[in-house]
Write a protein that binds this ligand. Structure first.
Ligand code: GUN
Length: 286
């Protein structure tokens, strides 16, 4: 079997053009969704992610602002900046790019963004709403993964979904979303002792553990849908996923490439969350 390659790039293009139309219509009603991104320091990886986010925001017609600070700023300065954006009516989404320098407490920063503007879906209120099945802003990568599975017509209900990785950004929230879609969910992580035995049972395999080429063809069930969230930069500079692409594509039924799979969808869902946040903030004020 040769897997169908799921092009996150193509799905994103379609979704971004729909979002652009929605933003145009909102602007005609006097609502201009705005996204503020705050970057502390000059990490090349963060700069590259943000460039992609800015490009998408501009393509879709969002109001966009990048606040780029030196890595020596204090936590208090960063928290005060967040407070200003929490109050600023021109911005409906606030994203602080992670990781932050070690002298700044990441949890304090995430908690400071008001949940209504938390387009990353990292605030404990939004995480709690996700777990209890209430509408909320959902973390972008997990939301993008579910969107791709739905667009490809991959059934989740009743299927065994295995998530490899338990980060707050991807593993935990995607497991919750898969549960919401009525999948039977197993979460594996770095301490799982019989990983291959479990991944081989997956109808849907989501790999987000950040280890280049961890999942081999022999770890995959024939015909499974395999979503590779890994973004590992090899010494050669090449970007590689957590799944051995060449082997996996001979066994899986569906497979996402790296790059061009989950990455573009994450960025598209950030724009989607910004539009959602703008609509619900304006509605709550009416
Ligand atoms: N750094 C890597 N991924 C992310 C993300 O999804 N959101 C933020 N804020 N920072 C990140």
């Amino acid at each position: 079997m040769t897997a169908k390659i799921i092009s996150g790039k193509e799905i994103s293009r379609q979704k971004r053009s729909e979002l652009a139309l929605e933003v145009k219509a909102l602007k005609e009603e006097g609502i201009h969704p705005g996204l503020a991104i705050i970057l502390v320091g000059d990490s090349p990886a963060s700069l590259s992610y943000i460039k992609g986010k800015q490009k998408a925001a501009e393509e879709i017609g969002l109001h966009f602002k990048l606040e780029h600070f030196s890595e020596t700023i204090s936590e208090e300065f960063l928290l005060n900046t967040i407070d200003q954006y929490n109050r600023n009516n021109h911005f409906h989404g606030i994203l602080v790019q992670l990781p932050l320098p070690s002298h700044i407490n990441e949890t304090a920063v995430i908690d400071r963004i008001i949940p209504e503007k938390d387009v990353d879906g990292f605030h404990p209120i939004n995480v709690g709403k996700l777990v209890t099945g209430q509408d909320s802003l959902v973390s972008c990568t997990p939301a993008g993964i579910i969107e791709m599975l739905k667009i490809e017509g991959i059934q989740m209900a009743g299927k065994h979904a295995v998530v490899v990785g338990r980060s707050n950004i991807v593993g935990k929230p995607v497991a919750q979303l898969l549960l919401k879609e009525n999948a039977t969910v197993t979460c594996c992580h770095s301490k799982t002792s019989n990983l291959s035995e479990i991944t081989k049972q997956a109808d849907i395999l989501i790999v987000a553990i950040g280890r280049a080429n961890l999942i081999k063809g022999s770890d995959i069930k024939e015909g499974a849908a395999v979503i590779d969230v890994g973004m590992n930069r090899l010494e050669s500079g090449k970007l590689t996923g957590d799944v051995m692409f060449e082997e996996a594509k001979e066994i899986a039924g569906y497979l996402t490439p790296v790059p061009g799979g989950v990455g573009p969808m994450t960025i598209t869902m950030l724009a989607d969350n910004t539009v959602k946040a703008a609509k619900s903030i304006v509605k709550a004020k009416a």
